[in-house]
Design a protein. Structure first.
Length: 119
């Protein structure tokens, strides 16, 4: 199922948090500054601009977030376990408690405690 930025935000505002398995890579979703805290995007394909978004406690487990822009986003306690994060941008993101266990980027598999460079 394809969704637009407005569709996703409207569903979130209506109380939905389960966005598992969605195809969100048809176009670049503009989700800059959005509050999507606690959402589950596991097993989804996502092409989005999440700059400055609140993504605390979000699940991106086994998701494809290649080329997503998470710069300046709050990713506290988010899980990217076994996700594909190639070419995703994380500069300036708040990643306290975030997990990238088993995630991969450019042939590297992240181990416990490792995360993409957020500096």
């Amino acid at each position: 199922m394809n969704a637009t930025s407005n569709d996703l935000i409207a569903r979130y505002e209506a109380g939905e948090r389960n966005f598992r398995g969605l195809d969100l890579d048809g176009e670049t979703l503009d989700l800059r500054g959005s509050n999507l805290a606690g959402s589950d995007f596991s097993e989804s394909f996502i092409f989005a601009d999440f700059r400055g978004a609140n993504l605390e406690r979000c699940l991106f487990e086994r998701a494809n977030v290649k080329t997503c822009d998470f710069r300046g986003a709050s990713l506290r306690h988010a899980s990217f376990r076994e996700a594909a994060v190639d070419a995703a941008e994380f500069s300036g993101a708040e990643m306290t408690g975030a997990s990238f266990d088993g995630a991969s980027a450019h042939g590297h598999v992240f181990h416990s405690g490792e995360c993409p460079d957020a500096v």
